[in-house]
Design a protein around this ligand. Structure first.
Ligand code: ADP
Ligand code: MG
Length: 247
């Protein structure tokens, strides 16, 4: 496979904050329809890596190619339009709007809340909202005010809002933090379904959850990749046990 066949090709990526390399000459490839989990100790650079891919932070050196488009100098909104979706740790839903309205405003045609609400709710948007609501397990909650949802349901709604844009790469930073055991199970199922149509990168600490969802695991440490491969291989790696799993 050549490097141009990957959905995401990160090569020799570095970012320095006042001389400190939070990401240090990192190379990583993500396949189409791959679910990759990134693990590693606090401060390893996991969140910074996602920031660099989505454009929240600018790279100091190296290359990030998405579907063979160079991203490093591209504005954040253009990366979104190319098909990159990013879920942050704190959900950004509109608490006083219904589930339906939250999904509706995320339809690519209407980017601002007011623009999208003024925009006529045609059949195409309605059908899409319904399909996504089904996917995220909120089909019977369409009229519920988002603020009244459980913590887990709010996380799923935000995932749904990202799915409305049909991203080809979806990135999630610690999506199950604060979820109940049942919500974690449902989230694992959701992520497994979602990656059938796109690449997914998940940062996660919960090893039982990682084992359940990961195709491959990347272990980061001090801005570099410490180990990469199937969960069983990574888990048995003495370097990984030493810096992360042993603690
Ligand atoms: P992780 O998500 O793996 O816990 P982060 O990516 O959040 O780690 O952080 C990696 C390192 O980079 C940390 O030492 C953090 O303090 C530093 N860092 C992250 N963002 C910035 C920034 N904007 N300015 C300075 N230092 C930063
Ligand atoms: Mg982090």
């Amino acid at each position: 496979m050549s490097n141009t066949d990957f959905t995401l090709a990160v090569e020799d990526l570095t970012v320095s904050f006042d001389g400190f390399k939070a990401i240090d000459d990192l190379t990583l490839y993500i396949d189409r329809n791959e679910l990759r989990v990134i693990i590693g100790p606090n401060g390893a650079g996991k969140t910074t890596l996602l920031d660099l891919i989505c454009g929240k932070t600018r790279a100091s050196a190296g290359s990030i190619k998405f579907k063979n488009n160079e991203l490093t100098k591209m504005a954040e909104h253009k990366r979104v339009r190319l098909g990159i979706g990013r879920k942050f740790q704190t959900p950004s839903i509109y608490e006083n709007l219904s589930v339906f309205q939250n999904l509706e405003v995320s339809f690519p045609k209407g980017r601002s809340v007011f623009g999208a609400l003024a925009f006529k709710c045609d059949d195409e948007v309605k059908a899409k909202v319904q399909a996504i609501a089904q996917e995220i397990g909120l089909a019977d909650r369409l009229e519920t005010e988002a603020g009244l949802l459980s913590h887990g349901q709010k996380q799923w709604l935000e995932i749904g809002m990202l799915l409305m844009q049909e991203p080809e790469l979806l990135m999630l930073d610690e999506p199950i933090a604060g979820m109940s055991a049942r919500e974690r199970e449902l989230t694992a199922d959701l992520l497994k379904r979602i990656c059938q149509n796109r690449a997914v990168i998940v940062i996660e600490h919960d090893m039982a959850f990682v084992k359940q969802i990961a195709h491959k695991v990347t272990v980061m440490h001090q801005g570099k990749i410490l180990a990469e491969g199937p969960m069983e291989k990574v888990q048995a790696d003495p370097k990984v046990i030493d810096v992360y799993l042993g603690h």
